[in-house]
Design a protein around this ligand. Sequence first.
Ligand SMILES: Cc1cc2nc3c(=O)[nH]c(=O)nc-3n(C[C@H](O)[C@H](O)[C@H](O)COP(=O)(O)O)c2cc1C
Length: 354
Amino acid sequence: MRTALTDLVGVRHPIVQTGMGWVAGPRLVTATARAGALGILASATMTPDQLRSAVREVKSRTDAPFGVNLRADAGDAPERVRIIVEEGVRVASFALAPSKELIAELKDAGVVVVPSVGARRHAEKVAAWGADAVIVQGGEGGGHTGEVATTVLLPQVVDAVDIPVVAAGGFHDGRGLVAALAYGAAGVAMGTRFLLTSDSTVPDAVKARYLAATAKDIILTRAVDGLPHRMLRTEMVAELEGAGRLRSLYRALRRASGFRRISGLSWPAMVRDGLAMRHGKDLSWSQVLLAANTPMLLRASMVDGRTDLGIMASGQVAALIEDLPSVAELVARILSEAETTLTTLAAESGPPGR
Ligand SMILES: Cc1cc2nc3c(=O)[nH]c(=O)nc-3n(C[C@H](O)[C@H](O)[C@H](O)COP(=O)(O)O)c2cc1C
């Protein structure tokens, strides 16, 4: 299936595996690249050295193109951009809109720049600054997300910009791919669906929690770090949502002191990071502490399998997912479903002139 996305990036299929902290590592990205789709390494939860070795690991296992996701607002973003350029990574993906200068630097080096956006005005802004394509994520998507549904946001962005638009938020199968193409998208990007594959390194106990989730178990909450964040509703999340300010602060302090031992963050560094993540919002002190610890909260579940301690970011689509195929099986299945859907649609509408 050839689209503006496959032409731009040089992959065989218009399918993207998004950068998910602690989840999208070399193993998942290599499997995706080998399957002919675009895999994106999540670098926000890696040190620059870890990023360089993860990139080299993928390059040593496949010649296919892949990408790196990074935070444009990270203090060490320039260093990460240098690694991307030096290592010849094909695509740079951003969680927050990158600056005009950063886009220019990457493009000058031949890197394809694909920011993720959750609103039309952000898509217009990055398109004007020279982004090559955008991933537009509707509110049903996992992790930090907006409130506008994919079915509303996607056509809005497709109509607003001239660059290829990749649809994200709520996709898992071939029908979804065809629907996205019908809206004018150049492909689909999926997080939760790729997390739930046998190639993802997420512990089995955590995958089982996702597979068991119904739509009602996947909520959008600001209780963790003040930003709308879609995740599985666990006891911890329910506790955070229900607790008063004083109780939340006590719990956040207890958690933060536990995570401090793992992350090595000093208390002043934790408060500084948390305050930096406020982005002008009115956060309680417990949210400031949890914001600084969000990467560690995600790590506790995605790496250590602690479903009681960690947060499990998830798209609503987890409610529809029931199996753990390999990435190769998943991509082949999506393409064959898409073909069947297209054939059925063509047969139902009949030959022209009938
Ligand atoms: C566990 C998890 C971790 C995520 N981490 C990141 C991240 O580090 N950076 C980012 O830009 N998006 C992150 N996201 C969002 C995804 O990249 C993607 O946009 C989203 O999952 C798409 O929606 P879907 O889950 O319905 O497919 C994360 C999502 C999940 C489920």
